[in-house]
Design a protein around this ligand. Structure first.
Ligand code: NAP
Length: 311
């Protein structure tokens, strides 16, 4: 059996198309487009690619999108100062600080940053106020990646209410909001992490299994209930040949891509899972484009809310 592939690109296009009328009417009424500021600290190569994609996609959707860069040597104080300025900036409705931040900024830098962003402009839903709204199931701005996964599941007619859902990973940006969004849609949710005992057995109970850990090929068929829906969030740039060989057969397209580029973006889900799962959101082509589409949608929502309209 080969799993039905859940097409993140197609759903992302739908979301962008649905946002277009709101972008046009906001622009006409406000005399300016919805505005997004993306803050990039340092030169992490993966972050450079993510940020470029987000800026391009926002520009194509008719949004104003500005990149604010700081060097890797910048202090946390400088970053917080930049955020304070963006909070006051009239044309910016959304602020996204690309993670990870340089280690030199300190262990609590991510929390200091999410605390500092105006909750009305917090398009990744990380401010404690927005997290609180999410817990209470009244969020208007929820983290982009898990929100995109919900869109993918619902538009692919995957039944969430009553389903057993297992989320592997408990980060503030993916695992925890994912679990809450599934819970609010009436799934029975289990969250797993690095200390979970008997993880494959628990994962195998899932009707919906979301893997968000950053461990290439970690989820093998042994983790998957036959027919289950599997969503791969993991996105790891791999240059270690042994990992690629463990995941992809010689002569396969993915191996050819690796030979050409000497690196490959791989997910947490081993490709053999496609033989067991009923539906699969793959890497690449699954969650990544949805994250970008939800960032645009959240920026439009923030713009409307700031202007006093429907959010
Ligand atoms: P993170 O903050 O590093 O969190 C990873 C989580 O995985 C932690 O909760 C950790 O458990 C858990 N974990 C690590 N090793 C594990 C193991 N062996 N068994 C069980 N759990 C384990 O990562 P993140 O920000 O959530 O991102 C996760 C992955 O998704 C990454 O590959 C990231 O690149 C990708 N991602 C993709 C997108 C996209 O748009 N495509 C967006 C965001 C993230 P502990 O809490 O116990 O340490």
């Amino acid at each position: 059996m080969a799993a039905r592939l859940l097409d993140g690109n197609a759903v992302a296009s739908q979301i962008r198309a649905e946002a277009a009328p709101a972008v046009a009417s906001f622009t006409a009424q406000a005399g300016r487009p919805p505005g997004l500021a993306i803050v990039l600290v340092g030169n992490d190569p993966a972050s450079e690619i993510y940020v470029r994609n987000k800026l391009k996609s926002a520009g194509e959707a008719g949004l104003r999108a500005d990149l604010e860069r700081l060097p890797a040597t910048a202090s946390l104080g400088e970053l917080l100062g930049l955020i304070a300025g963006l909070n006051r900036s009239e044309p910016h409705d959304g602020i996204l600080v690309q993670s990870p931040l340089p280690a030199g900024m300190g262990g609590d830098a991510e929390h200091r940053v999410s605390d500092a962003i105006d909750p009305l402009k917090d398009v990744d839903g990380l401010h404690p106020i927005n997290v609180g709204y999410l817990v209470q199931n009244r969020a208007t701005l929820a983290s982009c990646t898990p929100s995109g996964i919900i869109e993918l599941l619902e538009r692919s007619r995957i039944q969430i209410a009553g389903a057993r859902a297992v989320v592997i990973g408990r980060s503030d940006i993916v695992g925890k909001p994912m679990a809450l969004l599934l819970l609010h849609r009436h799934a029975t949710v289990t969250i797993c992490h690095s200390r979970t005992a008997e993880l494959p057995r628990i994962a195998k109970e899932a009707d919906i299994l979301v893997a968000a850990i950053g461990r290439p090929g970690f989820v093998t068929p042994a983790f998957v209930n036959p027919g289950a829906t599997v969503v791969d969030v993991g996105t790891t740039q791999v240059s270690d040949r042994s990992i690629v060989e463990r995941m992809y057969a010689a002569g396969s397209k993915r191996r050819e891509t690796f030979e050409r580029r000497r690196s490959l973006v791989v997910g947490d889900v081993h490709p053999d899972v496609a033989e067991v799962a009923g539906a699969l959101s793959p890497v690449p082509g699954g969650v990544g484009p949805l994250t970008v589409a939800m960032l645009l949608k959240n920026t439009v929502t923030a713009a409307l809310k700031r202007a006093g309209g429907a959010g």
